[in-house]
Design a protein around this ligand. Structure first.
Ligand code: ATP
Length: 263
């Protein structure tokens, strides 16, 4: 297997909007074999961080390299096809009457701009494989709008991995899911994270309970700055969570899954 490469490199990245500092001199890097969870209170800057990682936003100052290309110097339209991004905001743009198969396939066509019989078979086979991988066997013909929240989330992720990205960004993939749907998704994400052929993953979440087994690193952010960043065992501690959320938090871990509560 190829050795790990750097997929994200932020150096003193700041974002200022309307006079507000949303990200404040963030220095952070992600390697291709790492799976990161990003935690922090509402408004901490997590989504802004993902927007930069997705090459959808430029820093106000500092340097951000995405897949070893410096933002500001690279054509982001060449970069974006190599980045899978699933978020609620993107899901809202999926037409509710589109079939699941089309939702997945259009990810490939939007990247390649093609609708060509020669490739159609390959894309179809890949779409079927991806659907199966995300527990969506038999859903190809269903309308996106007719799916449960849990199924819709899995379709969004399946769509974002359809293009075989080098970086997968997930913004709160388990938000609004019931316990069963959450556990199903966390299990699937864990399986995906464990595969050496999977890309680097950065997942924003509000709950440590949503961290899949196999995730390797944590980034804790507060008011646009980093509280802790590093391997899970070092960064995801009760002390760091307490600093991040300004309350005394108790953290427990069992079989690679986490739970947290205020003391
Ligand atoms: N265009 C903008 N102009 C001014 N302020 C902005 C703009 N975009 C975001 N913000 C502010 O920046 C802060 C960080 O927003 P961001 O969405 O990155 O936080 P977040 O950590 O993802 O929050 P949440 O957990 O609530 O989703 C928020 O206070 C938000 O109101």
């Amino acid at each position: 297997m190829a050795s790990a490469s750097t997929v994200l490199q932020f150096r003193d990245v700041s974002v200022v909007r309307d006079g507000n500092t949303i990200l404040d001199a963030v220095t952070w890097s992600v390697a291709s074999d790492e799976r990161w969870v990003v935690l922090g209170p509402n408004g901490a800057g997590k989504t802004t961080l993902l927007q930069i990682a997705a090459a959808a936003m430029h820093p106000t100052s500092g340097k951000a390299e995405v897949l070893q290309e410096a933002l500001g110097k690279v054509d982001v339209f060449e970069l974006r096809p190599m980045i899978g991004f699933a978020s609620t905001a993107m899901a809202r743009r999926i037409p509710r009457d589109e079939t699941v198969l089309d939702v997945i396939l259009t990810a490939a066509y939007s990247v390649t701009g093609r609708w060509n019989e020669e490739y159609e078979g390959i894309d179809l086979r890949r779409a079927e494989r991806v659907l199966k991988e995300w527990g969506l066997d038999g859903f190809s013909g269903r309308r996106f709008g007719s799916l449960s929240d849990g199924e819709q989330k899995r379709v969004q992720i399946a769509r974002s991995v359809m293009t075989d990205p080098e970086l997968l960004l997930l913004d709160e993939p388990a938000a609004s899911l019931d316990l069963g749907a959450r556990e199903e998704l966390v299990g699937l994400l864990g399986g995906y994270a464990a595969s050496p052929s999977s890309p680097a993953i950065v997942m924003v979440t509000h709950h440590v309970e949503e961290i899949p087994v196999g995730f390797t690193h944590a980034l804790l952010v507060k008011q646009g700055g980093i509280v802790a960043a590093g391997p899970l065992a070092e960064a995801l501690t009760a002390e760091n969570l307490s600093s991040t959320f300004d309350m005394t938090i108790e953290l427990s871990e069992r079989d690679g899954r986490f739970a947290a509560r205020a003391v």
